[in-house]
Design a protein around this ligand. Structure first.
Ligand code: ADP
Length: 385
């Protein structure tokens, strides 16, 4: 075979491969076009692409600038020029494109696309393959869900705010009645009112959890930081929680105390949440162990129970908003799935970490670690009080 024949055969082979690729492009479900040369002249535009830009346009053999002039203001020609010049691909994510087409009745399209340059055997760029997917309806759906979700959050915020005032008044009236009946020596009524008070407390807790969760979502959960004695707070809460459970004994093993800088009430809220979950999720066991330990720069607290435990695959999700482990037993435990979400946010805002270790059927241990010195540094306070 002489050189000319060899060269011809080579060219035929290249043309054959090119046709194969073009056939593939023509039948692909994505929006594909091939633009040749520095002027970006249409060499191929498949059916989905034509449908998007309007099938009445004459594309093949025409420069993209002339075929779809409205792309000028949208910066597309500059991107194509750059891809051709540099030989680097360009990836467009969720790019809104406006097209003047009456055919589809649609002018705004959102695309994910790549402009991929292709070269000859010497590495010289010959043109650009544009490969795109129309994600308009996906983006519309996501936006609709995000609104709806905002409306839901606003509703929860308003509803919980509105519920708070009457519940506070009911609590006040209950206390007045308790006092009156107590003065009259009506022990039965006092006992009933004390149960009522317990239920009102649960209601208030649910409402304030809902309010806190919406504040976290809106980024407006306030913190009031002060120096406080860590063990003093722990003991205060343990005493309070011990009173609401007859079955459980809270065993406390605390390390030497330290003063920490943070929001006392919010950190207290995390400890309360750990203990009340330990009580709630270990109805058939009577021991809860609370431990604290102190390292050079950190203070940590763990609450261990010997209750129902959490399956391994659910453990990292328990800190998510509204997440509750579902299963035949767990369904019977009341709750909104907000306590640990709020706790995790509080710990994170104090630059700490929150963790869980658990074995299903054996029990769980929830811990948090707070970086004592970092908290101080972050607040520009050089010395502990
Ligand atoms: P709630 O208890 O109101 O549902 P939380 O956010 O406090 O919400 O907890 C989320 C979920 O994590 C709970 O629904 C429960 O499935 C699981 N969980 C939390 N603490 C424990 C625990 N001590 N033992 C077993 N499961 C727990």
């Amino acid at each position: 075979m002489d050189d000319i024949t060899k060269h011809k055969k080579g060219e035929e082979r290249v043309e054959f491969e090119r046709q194969k690729l073009f056939n593939l492009f023509m039948n692909a479900p994505a929006l594909i076009c091939v633009l040749r040369g520095p002027e970006h002249i249409y060499e191929l535009a498949n059916k989905p692409y034509m449908q998007m830009v309007g099938s009445k346009r004459n594309l093949i053999g025409t420069q993209i600038r002339k075929a779809i002039p409205e792309l000028k203001e949208q910066g597309i020609f500059e991107i194509l020029d750059k891809v051709y010049k540099t030989g680097n691909p360009f990836i467009g994510k969720e790019m809104p494109i406006k097209l003047n087409t009456t055919e589809t009745g649609k002018t705004d399209t959102v695309l994910n696309f790549v402009f991929q340059p292709y070269s000859d055997s010497n590495g010289k760029v010959q043109g650009i393959i544009s490969y795109a997917s129309d994600i308009t309806s996906l983006v519309d759906k996501r936006k609709r869900i995000e609104e709806l979700s905002r409306q839901k959050d606003e509703f929860i915020a308003v509803a919980s705010h509105e519920l708070k005032t009457p519940v506070t008044s009911i609590k006040g009236y209950t206390q007045i009645l308790q006092m009156r009946f107590s003065q009259e020596g009506n022990t039965k009524a006092v006992e009933l009112l004390s149960r009522m008070d317990g239920q009102i407390n649960k209601l208030s807790k649910l409402i304030s959890d809902l309010l806190d969760a919406t504040k976290i979502e809106g980024g407006i959960l306030q913190f009031h930081e002060v120096f406080f004695d860590f063990n003093e707070l722990v003991m205060e809460i343990v005493e309070e929680m011990q009173q609401i459970t007859q079955r459980h004994t809270i065993i406390v093993k605390v390390a030497l105390t330290t003063k920490i800088y943070g929001d006392r009430d919010r950190i207290g809220q995390v400890i309360t949440n750990f203990i009340s979950n330990a009580i709630k999720y270990s109805p058939n066991n009577d021991e809860i162990i609370l431990t604290t330990s102190k390292a050079k720069n950190t203070i940590s607290l763990c609450v261990q129970d010997f209750g129902i435990g959490i399956p391994k695959q659910n453990q990292d999700k328990v800190f998510d908003r509204f997440y509750r482990v579902s299963g035949d037993k767990e369904d019977t435990y009341p709750g909104l799935g907000l306590g640990l979400f709020i706790s995790s946010e509080i710990v994170k805002r104090h630059k700490g970490t929150i963790t869980v270790t658990s074995i299903k059927g054996k029990g769980s241990t929830f811990c948090f670690v707070l970086p004592v010195e970092n908290i101080v540094k972050n607040n520009n306070i050089s010395k502990l009080a």
